[in-house]
Design a protein around this ligand. Sequence first.
Ligand code: ATP
Ligand code: MG
Length: 417
Amino acid sequence: MINIPKGTKDVLPYESYKWHYVENIIRDLTKNFGFSEIRTPTFEHTELFLRGVGETTDIVNKEMYTFEDKGKRSITLKPEGTAGVARSYVENGLSEAPQPMKMYYITPVFRYERPQAGRLREHHQFGVELYGSDSPYADVEVISVAKSLFDKVGITELELNINSIGCPVCRAEYNKALKSYLKDHIDGMCPTCKERLDKNPLRILDCKEEKCKAVNAKAPRVIDYLCDDCKAHHETVKNILDSLGIKYTVNPNIVRGLDYYTKTVFEFVSTSIGAQGTVCGGGRYNNLVKEVGGKPTPAVGFGMGIERLLMVLESLNLSVGEVEVPTVYVAPLSQDLIMDAYKIVADLRKEGVSAETDIIGRSLKAQMKYAGKRGYKFVVVIGDEEIKNGVVKIKDMSQGTEDPVQLINLAKEIARK
Ligand code: ATP
Ligand code: MG
C-alpha cells in the first residue's frame, strides 16, 4: 500500500461538506465586502519568495518545497499566498485598474514543517489582500473581514492581538535599541536566535522557546519607537476598531513570521486548540510590491488557516455545516423496474431536484437501509402499481409520513416541501 505523504491530509467524501460550509461563507462574505477572487499558480519561481518573503524567515530558510524542474529552473510550491498575488498584481498591471484592488484567495500552502496537531506540510489558507490604500481604514477593513467570518460561524473566543512594527525609518532606530538590549542577554537565548541577532533581531521576538520568551519580555518595545506617521496610523486603527466595537489587545510582541510587514500587524488567537493557536495572521506590507518589481503600492492583508479554523469550530462544538445528500432516493421495488426508476430520477434532476436511485442491484430492504444511513429527506418506492397508475408516495424520512402524489408533479411537490 502507498501511504499519504507525512504532514498532508485527505478530505474524504463524508467530510468535504465542512470545507464547502466554510468556503461558501468565505465567498459570501468577501462579496459582501467587495473583494474579488484571485487565483495564482501553485508554484512560482523560487526567487519570488526569496525576494518577496525576505531571507531571514523560517519559511524561506527552512520550510520551502523547492526543486529544479526539467528545464533546470528553480521552482517552489507556494509557502504563503501573498507573494504570488503581489507578482500577479505587478505582472498584470493591476495598478492601472480602479484602486483599491481588493482580492481574496483560497489556496493550498506548502511548508516543510514538523507535522503536529494544527501543523501540516500542506495546509490551506483563506487570504485577503487590499492594494492601493495606506489608510488605517484599509487595515480595519481587512481585520473586519476576518472578524465577520468568526462572528458568522459563531466563534467568540478568538482574541485579536494588534501591534505596529513601524516603517523602515523608525524600525532602524528600534533595531538599534533592540540589538543592544539583546547583545547583553545573548547567553540566555536559543542558537537560532543567536544567529538572528545580526541579520534580523526583530524576528527574535517571535521565538517560541521559553528562555527566549523570558528575554523578550523585558526587551524594548517597537511601539515606543514609532515615528509620528506610524504612531498616528496605529492610533487611528485603534480608534476605528473602538468605534466599531471590535475588541483587541495591543500586544507589543507580535512581529509576524514574514519580513515584509510594515506598520500594523495582527493575529487572531484561539485558546481552544492548543499550542498552534493562531488562526489568522496579517498586517500591512507597504514595501512588498516594490520588492517584487512594481511601483511602491501600500497593501494590507491576512492569511487564515482553514484547517485551524475547522479545528476551532469542532473543539467548540459549533456547526461545521451539514452532510450533503441528494434530496430524494427513488427505490425500485424490484430490479425489473430499475429503468423506470432511473427515468424518474433523470426527470427530477432535470427539474433541479437532486435525486439518486439504485445502481448497485440491491434488494428493496438493502436500499432502504442505505437511504436511512445516508440521510435522504425523501424516499419514493416504485412498484408496478405506481408505474401503472402514475401515482407515487413521497415518504418523508424525518416525519415518517407518506403523501400520494401524481408522478408528473413529483419534482414540484418535493420542491414545495
Ligand atoms: P505559526 O506561528 O503557527 O507557525 P505562521 O506565522 O507561520 O503560523 P502565517 O504564515 O501567518 O502563519 O500563516 C497564516 C495562517 O496559516 C496561520 O495563522 C495558521 O492558521 C495557518 N498555518 C500556518 N502554518 C500552518 C501549518 N503548517 N499547518 C496548518 N496551518 C498553518
Ligand atoms: Mg510558521
